[in-house]
Ligand binder design. Structure first.
Ligand SMILES: [Zn+2]
Length: 172
């Protein structure tokens, strides 16, 4: 399970929608294993395949960052099936190191997708887990938390990030 480099803001793979996984096979399992290893090494609570440069709709989430194996979620072709209410909290992203923002997210979501055996999984989530699902599903749709900020904050942050991306001036 090699830890892979995390792609940063400005890389085209992060800014365009990823296609679904057509067939779940050993390559998918290998990808997911690498994603989990990369998420834990970062450390982070979620990761989407485009963040390691793979344009596919695959996400992993673990709010316990490896402390509690029952919290690890691996989802192929995730979809937001319903959302309700609003919440707003600070968010960061492994692909936008050093910056944060507070996008408005749904308070409650229902998400479905496939596990690595190809079986449908449905999750009902609130609070941090709801935010994590929305954040990671945004990634496979080619969106970052930056894109969800108010226009003023978004433009200000994007100007800074474009400069950093142009100089490949990320701190890690
Ligand atoms: Zn992210």
């Amino acid at each position: 399970m090699p830890v892979r480099p995390i792609v940063k803001y400005g890389d085209p793979v992060l800014h365009s929608p990823s296609p679904p996984v057509a067939a779940i096979d050993h390559e998918t399992s290998g990808l997911v294993a690498d994603m989990v290893a990369t998420m834990y090494a970062a450390p982070g609570i979620g990761l989407a395949a485009p963040q390691i440069g793979v344009p596919l709709r695959v996400i992993v989430i673990d709010l316990s960052v490896g402390a509690d194996p029952s919290q690890l979620i691996k989802l192929v072709n995730p979809e937001l099936v319903s959302k309700e209410g609003e919440q707003r909290h600070d968010e960061g992203c492994l692909s936008v190191p050093g910056y944060g923002g507070s996008p408005i997210r749904p308070a409650r979501v229902t998400v479905k997708g496939l596990d690595l055996s190809g079986h449908e999984r449905i999750y009902a989530a609130t609070e941090l887990l709801a935010r994590a699902f929305c954040h990671e599903i945004d990634h496979v749709d080619g969106l970052l938390f930056v894109d969800r900020l108010t226009p003023l904050k978004r433009d200000l942050l994007k100007r800074k990030l474009r400069k950093r991306a142009k100089n490949s001036d990320w701190e890690d």
